[in-house]
Design a protein around this ligand. Sequence first.
Ligand code: AMP
Length: 214
Amino acid sequence: MRLILFGPPGVGKGTQAKLLAQEFGIPHISTGDMLRQAVAEGTDLGRKAKAIMDAGQLVPDDIMIGIVRDVLTSPRVKDGFILDGFPRTLQQASALSNLFQELDITDYKVVNFNADDAEIIRRLGSRLMCVNDGKIYSTITDGVTLNDPCPACGGRLIQRDDDTEETVRKRLAVYHSTTKPVLDFYRARGVVVEVNGMATVDEVNQMIKKALCT
Ligand code: AMP
């Protein structure tokens, strides 16, 4: 199974990717998680990416394409993968297409998560992340607060630096202007399946599996 999860920030791609990765035993490749790890480790990439991410902008294509190339040419993805957060520009989509050709990958699907901006702003404003295991919680639906420990591992819960309302609005603007057009690239190839990103976690999970079987 090779999946590309596509949609606006905060629509639940990461949550669904983690579930599907567990269910199908294939790696979850999140470019956002990789960048956050680089920031936490203070690498060159992390230092470069931090200011861009905090401003709600996109890290340059050549860097992102290089990172994804390294992962997709490694043996860990031999049984499949779930790409989350890539591609985000037409140039990334085109580079991924070339990479798939090079690796003889013809069978893949793009899952498009639909949600309106108001719901995204509401969700991201209430999103907390565990610094230890990366699990995502909502102050609204999970009833946790910044002062609580992670319900799963006891780690510290934080709000991501780019989840402030001002940055979320910028990320949404970048999504609409730069990322959304990538959908037409995949629609033209007939590989897109649609899901309603506003449904519950369990409902979206079922929708994805059903859509992939039809
Ligand atoms: P995410 O966790 O997917 O929302 O990504 C967090 C941030 O990392 C984004 O707002 C971008 O600044 C950066 N980022 C992640 N993936 C990409 C990508 N494919 N291209 C450019 N920037 C990215």
